[in-house]
Design a protein around this ligand. Sequence first.
Ligand code: SF4
Ligand code: SF4
Length: 461
Amino acid sequence: MELAEVVEERRIAQILNAAEGEPTKEEVGQILAKAMEKKGLSPLQAARLLNIEAEELLRMLFAASSAIKREIYGNRLVWFAPIYLSNYCTNSCAYCGFSATNAMLKRKRLSLGEVAEQTRALIRMGHKRLLVEAGESEVASPIDYICDCIREIYATKEGRGEIRRVNVNIAATTTENYRKLKEVGIGTYQLFQETYHRKTYEKMHRGPKGDYQRQLTAHCRAFEAGLDDYGMGVLFGLYDYKFEVVSLLSHARWMEERYGVGPHTVSVPRIKPAPGICFVPPAPVSDRDFLKLIAVYRLALPYTGMIISTREPPEIREKAFEIGISQASVGSRTAPGGYADGGAESAGEQFELSDRRGMEETIASVCARGHIPSFCTACYRSKRTGEAFMRLAKTGEINKLCTPNALLTFKEFLVDYASPSLRKEGEALIERMAGEVEKAKQEEFRRRLKRIENGERDLFF
Ligand code: SF4
Ligand code: SF4
């Protein structure tokens, strides 16, 4: 079956109709038992879980998603920040601050010097992973400009710090352009469908992005160009969330069957107000439903990293970390040049943020809850991508790497960037968690912690 048929409205509606009604406790128990086998769930099973309303059933769902997350990834949380290169855009997306029709937006495109300056500011915060973002414009941000910026980011050093992995979230493009991204050494290529509901999609997007098919088939072109780590997502608030989740799961399943590799990440953005844009989300998702869908994604795609951004307020993020999120942005700014002034607000933002806490405060908060902050980039650096990564994830081996790598990169962070009080708390957390490193790696792990103390960097398993 072609991809367009797989996510076609009638087909998704059939699944949702077949799933109608709230499941019983017994049925939820059966589906969760199946999910605990870590082989994922069918779109129909996921749709049944999305119909949960009763508090007791919701608690069962969260307990299961939380257990799966810990079994596969341990309790590490990987951090990154977006870097916006340009807010010029030829498209007019109804909800976006970078929309070509937004006359209020101060337009800016970073020079290579400014990219280096932004990167240095991000390194000083402690970041090792960045997500490159840019509006779509053949004039302001053609692919060669994007690639030059990525090279600049990799080449920029500050003290003992550097950016070790650049992921990219730019508009759907050609196989040839994806090859250029591959050549410049990107990590994951993320692209969100925004909405799988074709009519809504066409209503919300004007310009080249208005081509639903171009958006839908972009991951295929990226994959064919050799980008085997790809990220998916929808923008919640545009259309019924159950329709979107079932569509994305159907899309992910199709990709896995076609290419042998499921999505490396799924992101869960919800629409936020954007300066200069008057837009009321037609299908807002409540906090309760938002947490529910995160848990369902976690069970349906157990090996997929799940990303939450600073669009969400701290209290929602903290809950989401418990029930399935494995990666999060921190200290983000969504305007080109937003980090240059040390993180103060600047004009030209894509959307408003709800978590404006800095790195130190966020890390202290997750440490207090027992999560291990991680700045790990080991898989990408060891060429464990695509199928190779999925093999490790599916056999549960990845946890044996995530935990020591999280602790080693957290140690680097504590030595290089943390305040004395956070360092003390963090060192205590490392001591407590060190026991979770598998026996065979213990000795070497301890040695590497010492080597980091003595000034070596970038040690990983
Ligand atoms: Fe441009 Fe992307 Fe914003 Fe649409 S969502 S206006 S393509 S930056
Ligand atoms: Fe990610 Fe691999 Fe590091 Fe685990 S070991 S945090 S999967 S890069």
